[in-house]
Write a protein of this length. Structure first.
Length: 265
């Protein structure tokens, strides 16, 4: 789930033909904010056009992949005009669209938690390498919200309807080992080893036929159905949910550290 600005940044480094993008904000465990979203979108657009880049690795600093959005900011956003919320969501979805359209392979290197929008971003990558103690959480429902960032589209591709329902209805933590058994996570490594494994894999892919890999990525996208329309539906539902009574109660209960008492309809 997305929020308002944090102090986070996205750093970019080159390792041969591999571009390594790192979400970095220790104070919020790499929560997403508009500046990071815009930087990520631009980085993927530039990588797509740069023949010196053959693959991209996306990771998080400080032992965490990404904690998702800023829930405190969302509580304030619920009073904002829906068009402003929609614009903020579109900024996040611009990152996802650019990442999916990038013809270079994109590998997520996940340590620690990939929560909320962080899980969405990991699912949006082509491949996932995770530490064996990494956890994945899509907990939107626990505060009366629905996923954004393409999570529902990517889960519909990668999982059975029953598993997608479990993940989105329950909002609980799922370990890397279970997701690997379900072929959602590609490789599981020892804690601290995800970035090295992902970078080595990206380097091998970057030495392959770039145009052929790009065409393969487009074929996979076309075969499953491009997520653009689903991103729009997610944004519409997110705005609807954020301005509803369930989200108001769920987010308030979260900060008051009590069980939510959702209204019955």
């Amino acid at each position: 789930m997305t929020g308002q600005p944090t102090t986070g940044r996205l750093t970019a480094a080159r390792d041969g033909r591999v571009l390594v993008l790192t979400m970095d904000d220790a104070a919020t465990k790499n929560a997403l904010g508009p500046e990071m979203m815009a930087a990520a979108r631009d980085a993927f657009l530039q990588a797509a056009a740069d023949p010196a880049v053959g693959a991209v690795v996306l990771t998080g600093a400080n032992g965490t992949f990404c904690s998702g959005g800023n829930l405190g900011a969302l509580l304030g956003n619920a009073k904002a005009d829906p068009s402003a919320i929609r614009a903020n969501l579109e900024q996040f979805h611009g990152w996802v669209r650019a990442m999916r359209a990038c013809p270079k392979p994109v590998i997520a290197a996940v340590e620690g938690a990939a929560a909320g929008a962080g899980f969405s971003i990991a699912l949006g990558c082509d491949l996932i390498v995770a530490a064996d103690d990494a956890t994945f959480t899509l907990a939107y429902v626990r505060v009366g919200l629905n996923p954004d960032g393409g999570a529902s589209a990517f889960l519909a591709r990668a999982a059975t309807p029953q598993l997608a329902a479990e993940i989105m209805f329950e909002g609980g933590r799922i370990g890397a080992a279970r997701l690997a058994q379900l072929a959602i996570v590609n490789r599981v490594v020892a804690p601290g080893g995800a970035l090295a494994e992902a970078t080595a894999w990206a380097a091998r892919l970057a030495e392959g036929p770039t145009l052929a890999i790009g065409r393969a990525k487009r074929l996979i996208e076309a075969g499953f159905g491009e997520p653009d329309a689903q991103l729009d539906r997610e944004a519409d539902f997110f705005v609807e949910a954020l301005h509803g009574a369930e989200a108001a109660e769920g987010i308030t209960a979260f900060f008051e550290k009590r069980p939510a008492n959702y209204p019955r309809v």
